[in-house]
Ligand binder design. Sequence first.
Ligand SMILES: [Zn+2]
Length: 291
Amino acid sequence: MNNELLCILRGRLLLVTVFAVLGALSKILGSLLYGSRALFVDALTSIANLVALFTALYYLSESMKPPDTDHPFGHMRLRYGGIAAILSIYMFIAGFSAATLYYSSHGYRVEEGSAYAAIIGAAFYAAAIAFSRNLDESIRVYAGFTASELVEASIVVPSAWLGYAKGYLFDLVGATIILLYLFYEAVETHRHLVRAIADISPPSRVYEEVKREARLRGLIPVAIRLRMIDERHCSGDMTVRPQKGITPDIADVLADEVTEELRQRGCDIVIHIDYSKPWIQCKETSSKSST
Ligand SMILES: [Zn+2]
């Protein structure tokens, strides 16, 4: 297992998990014992977040494996398996919650304990969020260790309380808001996943860095294509023409140097050396990539 991952695991993961489990338990028990549907939907999202945490960690560790025969370009994109999983979980609990709310629409009793359980659950979650700061950014987001959990609590606590004091409809409205928020999160997650696998171009500074490394060695870029593999890695190809005086065997060594340098910075680039118009200094304007 990779060092980076070991650090994540050794960090405060255990503490974060314990607080998240306690938070989820308070919400589940509170909603089952005291009847709040708002707290019930919130509890389901907390359980989904726990499942997401471990799925995300599993896929993160898979994504750090070096290239092998069945994945010659590396396993980096396997990290998105965690996002695909959380999307399925969101949809499952969204459907389950919708059915529960539908069958609750005729009326139910909300007891005072619902609001207290919601507050206790939110407090445990606040602790989990505070301790999750040193976790991998993507893990934190997909596992829901973000302020959004506290925003949910700020809806659940008053609606459970009003559900007890004024009538179940207040609680049902709170539950519906949480459910709608769940659909919103699912749409956002879907967008993120599509963006991640859509072969999007890296920012222009990455192109500039790649071209600079080639030019520094007397190789003039004439065409370049790059795509993001994950948030930190890119791959692509580049055609270069050697400057006057660089012989083919030297150009080959220089191209290897550029490839190695860029690989170390997270960009896996295949370089093609174009000898069709040898020894001609290409003007920057002839570069396809500069348009
Ligand atoms: Zn493999």
